[in-house]
Write a protein that binds this ligand. Structure first.
Ligand SMILES: Nc1ncnc2c1ncn2[C@@H]1O[C@H](COP(=O)(O)OP(=O)(O)OP(=O)(O)O)[C@@H](O)[C@H]1O
Ligand SMILES: [Mg+2]
Length: 230
C-alpha cells in the first residue's frame, strides 16, 4: 500500500451472547495503523483488548464492520486463505504465550517457518538469529516450562517474527508486571520499530512507560478507542 496504511478497521462491532445477555465488547471502532508505527493499547481488564487484537489478527471475526490489512479485505478470506495469511503476514504473541510445552525453544520458534514452506536448515538459521537478538541463544534446548515468564515471552516474540510479518500483534500478560517493566522489553520494541520500517507493531500493555514510548497510544474504554491522555 503506497500510503503506508497497513491496518484499517471501519465500524467494527463485536458482541458476545451469554444466555439472554448480550455484552457489547467493541462498539463501532474506526482505527488506522501505518507501516513503521508502534501502536499501544491500554485498558481495564475485560475492556476488550484481546478481542480487538484477535480481530486484527484474523482469529475472530467482527459482527459488523470491515477490516483490511496489508491490502486484503478479511471478509473475503476463506478459512484456508485466512490461515495462510496469518502464517505469512501476521506475528501473534498471545497473552499466555502458547508455546508448545513438549518442544524446546528452537523447535517452537521454527514452526511457523516450516509451515510456510521454509527448509528446516533456513528456518533454524532464521530462528537462531532472532533468538540471539532476543537474548535467548543460551536457552535453545530448554523446553517452554523450563523458562522464566520473561524468557517465554521473548521466545514467543521470536516465533512471531520468524516469517518477517507485516503486522506484529502482542498481547502482554496482565500478571508478572515486574517481568515486563524494565528497559529490556522497551529497548527490544524500540529496536524492532527502528530497524524494520515496513512493519507495524500493535501492543497491548499495562506499562505506562511503554505507552509513552510508542508512536501512538490508545485506551480502550466502553468499547471505543480513544487517544491516551485525551
Ligand atoms: N468467547 C467469549 N464468549 C463470551 N464472552 C467473551 C468471550 N471472550 C471474551 N468475552 C468477554 O468479553 C469481554 C472482553 O474480553 P477481553 O478478553 O477482550 O478483555 P481484555 O481487555 O483482553 O482483558 P484482560 O486485560 O483481562 O486480558 C470480557 O467481559 C469477556 O468476559
Ligand atoms: Mg486480554
Amino acid at each position: 500500500m503506497n500510503d503506508g496504511l497497513i491496518l484499517e478497521m471501519s465500524g467494527i462491532s463485536k458482541n458476545y451472547r451469554l444466555g439472554n445477555n448480550t455484552i457489547e465488547v467493541i462498539k463501532e471502532i474506526n482505527w488506522q495503523v501505518h507501516r513503521g508505527e508502534w501502536a499501544v493499547i491500554v485498558g481495564a481488564s475485560g475492556s476488550g483488548k484481546t478481542t480487538l487484537l484477535n480481530m486484527a489478527g484474523l482469529l475472530e471475526r467482527p459482527d459488523r464492520g470491515t477490516i483490511r490489512a496489508v491490502g486484503y479485505d478479511y471478509a473475503r478470506f476463506s478459512a484456508r486463505e485466512a490461515a495462510r495469511f496469518r502464517n505469512r503476514k501476521i506475528g501473534f504473541v498471545f497473552q499466555s504465550y502458547c508455546l508448545l510445552p513438549e518442544l524446546n525453544v528452537l523447535e517452537n520458534t521454527v514452526l511457523p517457518a516450516l509451515m510456510a514452506g521454509t527448509s528446516r536448515r533456513e528456518a533454524e538459521k532464521k530462528a537462531r538469529q532472532w533468538l540471539d537478538r532476543l537474548g535467548l541463544s543460551g536457552r535453545l534446548k530448554h523446553r517452554a516450562p523450563e523458562l522464566s515468564g520473561g524468557e517465554q515471552q521473548r521466545a514467543a516474540i521470536a516465533r512471531a517474527l520468524i516469517n518477517d510479518p507485516d503486522l506484529l500483534l502482542t498481547d502482554e500478560p496482565t500478571g508478572n508486571l515486574d517481568l515486563h517493566t524494565g528497559e529490556e522489553i522497551l529497548a527490544l520494541f524500540r529496536d524492532l520499530r527502528d530497524n524494520d520500517p515496513d512493519r507495524a507493531i500493535i501492543m497491548i500493555t499495562h506499562n505506562p512507560e511503554i505507552a509513552r514510548s510508542a508512536d501512538s497510544a490508545y485506551e480502550l474504554f466502553d468499547g471505543r478507542l480513544r487517544p491516551l491522555g485525551a
